[in-house]
Design a binder for this molecule. Structure first.
Ligand code: GTP
Length: 322
């Protein structure tokens, strides 16, 4: 109990169409880079959890890939993943960017979310059962007050939300308010994770996301969804011997071996670049981020392979971790 308020803890999930600002908001809520942001849709392939620790509660955030209409097998799997996640969480935050009008993509998600509620007139419905959904109007910093008010009205008409909260992950506007609202909808109970833990995502997945982000930089139009990244291994190198029997010197060094899978030879050429220049560049940028993440010096070994039509092949999807 803090100030008479019971401690609350539970799972929250942010959904929204691609580019709605879910990953950026997750980072703002958690206060550290855990999910990967990009200017392009559908970069969040994995469910990444961030944990918000507060004196009066704990929100375990599950950041899902954008809900979208299935087009390829990969799309279907993502949607299954999303629906499975939604059914398991205590509260859903539905992100709708303020700088874009409510569109068909938002309506599609609103329908999916409505399906989480028990049908009208049933005992469950009257008892308020079902997963509460908070409409989160993201990127509020990008629009003026008038436009924001208009957008809030449009969002209100879109569905039966437990609450509507405008936020800006960029400026920090109302991020705390959103935490308050989410916390209020969680069950009373002890913390689910020890304090200080920000994410339980295996390091390898985060490393893969960093490499994927670096590899897509500047070539997203050519390789939108045709790039999968697998971390083959992360191993510590033997520390260098200290001189004359003194303890080993220098920071720890990790060998990180990563495979990038594309679908066609032409895409492989794009990733590698002329004389391997682009891949070296990708490696340098990714390595810096990985070193920051793992707190160690990293030797990053990148390999590019062609796995034909991996998006449509269940066996390949399994191998690539989907
Ligand atoms: N100005 C502004 N830009 C934002 C804000 N939040 C996110 N963005 C930008 O919007 C773009 C998309 O943000 P993401 O967080 O990657 O969106 P997402 O919903 O996770 O996207 P997917 O991974 O495709 O599902 C990025 O370029 C962000 O920098 C915000 O509060 N203000």
């Amino acid at each position: 109990m803090t100030g008479g308020r019971p401690f609350r803890a539970g799972f929250a999930c942010l959904v929204g169409r691609p580019n709605a600002g879910k990953s950026t908001l997750t980072n703002a809520l958690v206060g550290q880079k855990v999910a990967i942001t990009s200017d392009r849709p559908q970069t969040t392939r994995h469910t990444v959890r961030g944990i918000v620790h507060r004196a009066d509660g704990q929100v375990v955030l599950v950041d899902t890939p954008g809900l979208h209409r299935p087009r390829t097998l990969l799309g279907e799997r993502l949607n299954d993943l999303v629906r499975g996640t939604l059914a398991e969480v205590d509260v859903v935050g539905f992100c709708l960017p303020a700088d874009q009008r409510v569109g068909p993509g938002d309506r599609f998600i609103a329908e999916q979310l409505a399906a989480l509620r028990p049908p009208e007139g049933t005992a469950g419905a009257s008892a308020g059962a079902g997963t509460p959904v908070v409409a989160v109007v993201t990127k509020a910093d990008l629009v003026g007050k008038g436009r924001l008010a208009e957008h809030l009205l449009a969002v209100q008409e879109l569905g039966a939300w437990t609450d509507i909260v405008p936020v800006s992950a960029r400026s920090g506007y109302q991020v705390d308010v959103l935490v308050d609202v989410l916390l209020g909808l969680l069950p009373e109970g002890p913390p689910l994770y020890p304090e200080g833990e920000l994410t339980d995502e295996p390091e390898a997945v985060m490393v893969a996301e960093l490499v994927r982000e670096a590899a897509l930089e500047g070539v997203r139009d050519e390789l939108p969804h045709s790039l999968a990244v697998v971390v083959e291994e992360i191993v510590a190198r033997e520390p260098r011997e200290g001189q004359a029997g003194r303890p080993p010197v220098g920071p720890p060094l990790l060998d990180v071996r990563v495979e990038l899978f594309v679908e066609r030879d032409s895409q492989k050429a794009i990733v590698i670049g002329k004389g391997g220049a682009r891949l070296r560049d990708v490696g340098t940028r990714a390595r810096r981020e990985i070193e920051a993440l793992l707190g160690a010096k990293v030797f990053l070994d990148l390999h590019v392979r062609v796995a034909k039509d991996w998006q449509r092949d269940p066996k390949q999807l399994g191998r690539l971790g989907f």
